[in-house]
Design a protein around this ligand. Structure first.
Ligand code: NAP
Length: 290
């Protein structure tokens, strides 16, 4: 069994981006991070994005509207950023407070600045295999982990657990694309799927993104499979200072010995998401500058 080291692969991508950005003369790429309210997970994600941007040499601007901002005011803010020629990428941190319409906010972004890849046009471009758009960061990170760990999907059965718009659906579309490294035969499972285990047992490559702690057990896995565990779940654990431990959607200790390659949690898909956001920002800058 080989561990797919997301920390190492993300660090490689960040180092490559730093080299690229250092060589840009004049204005450097700029991302604006909009965080509405004080959701604790969002505070830590935005900090991490800010720090990674600084490490690369990407300028980041943080805008912190109050949790009571109206939809109209948020959209006005987005319109202003869309019109600002010094801004290459805009990220509106999810989740927004409940009174706001998140899909409408994402659609309001100029598609060519939507580095998080949630605008309808960018999701559509993934379906059309049009590389000019932005792929959402987590599915893009999964494809990069597969490519950089030498996993070619061609001719292989890829089973995706979960059909969310941020992970399951886009990663299934990417695995299905005709391009080199992809070309998989894809099955998607969701809460309406009958006998999930009979499908996961057929997977040469299993991508688990359902948000259920340690759902995938040894009896659900074909020996020799490659497993990408996207799940990040908090499980109560009295032995930890925080009172919980993080676990994936896969029961790692029993499943990993059966696999040929597997991502750990933490340290697998998680670090890739921020790296791919930075990659998208540099892509937006280059398209903007050309
Ligand atoms: P989500 O929006 O809650 O979607 C979960 C999907 O799993 C849904 O499609 C749901 O089916 C399906 N599902 C739930 N229980 C199931 C079951 N028992 N059998 C089969 N399918 C089932 O979650 P998400 O946003 O995609 O996130 C999934 C996990 O990935 C979470 O743990 C999240 O924290 C993690 N995540 C990690 C990263 C990262 O950077 N590493 C990024 C994003 C998400 P229905 O559609 O039928 O409801």
């Amino acid at each position: 069994m080989e561990l797919i080291d997301g920390n190492k692969i993300a660090a490689d991508i960040i180092a490559e981006l730093k080299t690229e950005v250092t060589a840009f003369t004049g204005r450097k790429p700029c991302i604006v991070l909009v965080r509405v309210g004080e959701d604790p997970a969002s505070v830590s994600y935005v900090k991490k994005k800010e720090k990674t941007a600084a490490d690369i040499g990407i300028i980041s601007r943080i805008i912190l509207p109050s949790a009571t901002i109206t939809q109209a005011d948020l959209e006005k803010l987005i319109d202003d950023l869309n019109a600002d020629s010094t801004v290459d990428g805009i990220l509106v941190q999810s989740p927004l407070p409940k009174h706001l319409n998140e899909p409408a906010a994402f659609r309001r972004l100029a598609a060519h600045k939507d580095v998080d890849g949630f605008h309808t046009l960018n999701i559509g471009k993934v379906a059309q295999e049009d590389d000019t758009g932005f792929v959402a960061c987590t599915p893009a990170g999964i494809m990069e982990l597969l490519a950089r760990s030498g996993t070619d999907l061609k001719g292989r059965h890829v089973v995706v657990l979960g059909r969310s718009l941020i992970v399951g659906k886009p990663v299934a579309l990417l695995a299905l694309q005709r391009k080199a490294g992809a070309n998989g035969t894809v099955t998607i499972c969701h809460s309406g799927t009958k006998d999930v285990a009979s499908l996961t047992r057929q997977a040469d490559v299993l991508i688990a993104a359902i948000g259920r702690a340690e759902f995938v057990t040894a009896d659900m896995v074909k020996p020799g499979a490659v497993i990408i565990d996207v799940g990040i779940n908090r499980v109560p654990d009295a032995t930890k200072k925080t009172g919980y431990r993080l676990t994936g959607d896969v029961h790692f200790s029993s499943v990993s010995p059966l696999t040929s390659k597997i991502t750990p949690v933490p340290g697998g898909v998680g670090p890739m998401t921020v790296a791919m956001l930075m990659k998208n920002t540099v892509k937006a800058y280059k398209a903007h500058a050309s």
